[in-house]
Design a protein around this ligand. Structure first.
Ligand code: HEC
Length: 107
């Protein structure tokens, strides 16, 4: 027994660092992906919409807007213009009709 005593601090250090290692390596990483509602629905000019409308907020902002015949082209034209004029979205003039077409056809 006595012969081992000088080694005790060393053994303790090895044991503690092994524990530390174990807890880092073994921690499982698990997370839930966002629901599909966070994605844009398929539709015309989807790539243009993805490029212009995902920089500041999720697609949920679009999906949660009112639906119905009153909320089509004019409504979406006003929304897109609001993003540009009020919130400073950097959207090319040429892309505006494409985005409005997608939104009116899809939502
Ligand atoms: C420069 C940043 C920016 C970009 C790019 C942007 N938005 Fe927004 N959007 C905002 C902000 C800021 C709000 C308001 C957030 C709030 O009220 O919490 C908003 C809100 C909205 C809303 C909720 C209703 C409303 O009027 O507040 C809709 C719908 C929307 N955006 C659609 C779009 C669409 C479609 C595009 C692509 C053409 C787009 N956004 C691109 C910044 C942006």
């Amino acid at each position: 027994m006595i012969r081992w005593l000088p080694l005790a601090p060393l053994l303790a250090t090895v044991a503690i660092s092994a524990l530390g290692f174990g807890s880092v390596a073994a921690a499982p990483v698990s997370y839930k992906l966002p629901d599909e509602t966070a994605a844009f629905k398929p539709g015309p000019n989807l790539d243009v919409v993805r490029n212009n409308c995902t920089g500041c907020h999720s697609a949920d902002y679009i999906a949660t807007q009112p639906r119905g015949p009153k909320y089509k082209t004019d409504f979406w034209k006003a929304e897109v213009n609001k993003m540009i004029k009020v919130y400073g979205a950097p959207i090319n003039d040429a892309d505006i009709p494409k985005i409005v077409e997608y939104l009116a056809a899809t939502y």
